[in-house]
Structures are given as structure tokens and as C-alpha cells.
Design a protein around this ligand. Structure first.
Ligand code: HEC
Length: 136
């Protein structure tokens, strides 16, 4: 009798864990069609959500949970003019090398060039700018 209860409880915890995992691992919003249709942006978004949101925020507004504690603040990528330039090689350089004397990390040690380009492309997407051919 008791054994059945124990198994029942284990099954219940298992189910609870599965549901919690499913809930947490689900990205908050559906993927916009223009991103879903573009493998480069899809990859960029995947990395952005994993690596950049803490500082730059989910929509790139510079309002991630860590933002308030940083000086200089993470940039609002969506609507502010880009401080380090608007050209594809300039954005790629910031992503790859980070920004000296700030908390903006260098990602070149973590990602190869194709992924760095995907990240840079997603920065354009966040700002609703067309992705430059140089990043493809
Ligand atoms: C730990 C916090 C942090 C993380 C994580 C982070 N950034 Fe930043 N980022 C910053 C800060 C701070 C600046 C502003 C530097 C400055 O103003 O000099 C910045 C600046 C930038 C800029 C320059 C914008 C401009 O105005 O020219 C880009 C582009 C950028 N980040 C993209 C990213 C991307 C993409 C990721 C993820 C792969 C990322 N950042 C992850 C903190 C962060």
C-alpha cells in the first residue's frame, strides 16, 4: 500500500518537474515571422536571449535586470543611435571585442565568426534596421 503512495508521489514530482521545465524553457513570446523565416536571425535571437538579455533586456531597450548596477549602462540597442557605429564591421567589432572600460563582454572567445555575424545581424533586427549583406 505505502509503496503505491511512494510511486504516486514520485510520478507527481516528475510531472511537476517536467511542467516547470517546459514552462521555464519556453521563450516568452512567439517568434516573429520575419525572424522564424531567416536562419541567421533565428540563431542570433537564440544567442541574444541566452547571453545579452541580462543587460540589454529582451527587446534591447537597455533594461535587463543587471542594467541598473552597471556604469556605463548597457545601451538601448533598439532606439538610441549606436555609439560605436552603424556599419556592419563596427557592430561586429563591438560584439566580438566588447567595449573597454565597460561591462560589455567580448564574445570572440565564445563564438566563431558565423555566430558573431548572426549576433550582429540580430542587433540590426532589434533596431528594426535591415540586416546588411556583409553579415550574411
Ligand atoms: C554584462 C552586461 C552586458 C552583456 C551581457 C552584454 N552587453 Fe552589450 N553592452 C553592455 C554595456 C555596459 C554597453 C555600453 C558600453 C558603453 O556605453 O561604452 C554595451 C554595448 C553594446 C553595444 C554597442 C551599442 C552602441 O551603442 O554602439 C552592442 C552592439 C552590444 N552591447 C551588444 C550586445 C550583445 C549582442 C550582447 C550579447 C551577445 C551583449 N551586448 C551582452 C553590457 C552588456
Amino acid at each position: 500500500m505505502a509503496v503505491r503512495w511512494v510511486f504516486g508521489l514520485i510520478a507527481l514530482f516528475g510531472l511537476g518537474g517536467f511542467l516547470a521545465y517546459h514552462q521555464l524553457s519556453r521563450p516568452g513570446e512567439p517568434i516573429p515571422a520575419e525572424i522564424a523565416a531567416d536562419p541567421l536571425l533565428l540563431r542570433g535571437r537564440e544567442i541574444y536571449l541566452e547571453r545579452c538579455v541580462a543587460c540589454h533586456g529582451p527587446a534591447g531597450l537597455g533594461d535587463g535586470p543587471l542594467a541598473k548596477s552597471l556604469n556605463p549602462r548597457p545601451r538601448n540597442l533598439a532606439s538610441d543611435p549606436w555609439k560605436y557605429g552603424e556599419k556592419p564591421d563596427e557592430v561586429l567589432k563591438v560584439v566580438a571585442n566588447g567595449v573597454k572600460d565597460s561591462q560589455m563582454p567580448a564574445w570572440a572567445g565564445t563564438y566563431e565568426l558565423p555566430d558573431l555575424k548572426a549576433i550582429a545581424a540580430y542587433v540590426y533586427q532589434i533596431a528594426h534596421k535591415p540586416v546588411p549583406d556583409a553579415l550574411r
